[in-house]
Design a protein around this ligand. Sequence first.
Ligand code: ZN
Length: 141
Amino acid sequence: MELESLYREVIMAHHQNPFGRLPLNHVDCSAHGYNSSCGDEYTVNIELKGDVVEGIQIEGNGCAISGAAGSMLGQVAKGMTLQQLKELISKYRNMLTSGEADETLPGDLPALAGVNKFPVRIKCASLPMTTTLDAINQLQK
Ligand code: ZN
């Protein structure tokens, strides 16, 4: 792992002290995600008030990259509408593909752009977000 050291510090801080771990009052939608190439495994629970994210809980275990991605998402998702959250995830995934830090993404999410240089890690960095999309899509079926 040779991410720029500044980014590595941000990633390790999130991994060691993650946001989005607190239990919710109730769960409106939920999904489970597993990354077989690394062993990352998370359950994303979302609590809604109307179509606004009232809370998000990302439970599970994985590597520093997936843990940091989940924490960064947990830090910024609260208060977003489901549509805003879907757009954020779409922009974030474009960033991982391009490798260019998207500074319009909230919180520390731009710090994960460097993961682009490690193709096997892109799955790690995507897992909490794709699992969140799965949860939202279950709701909108
Ligand atoms: Zn991983």
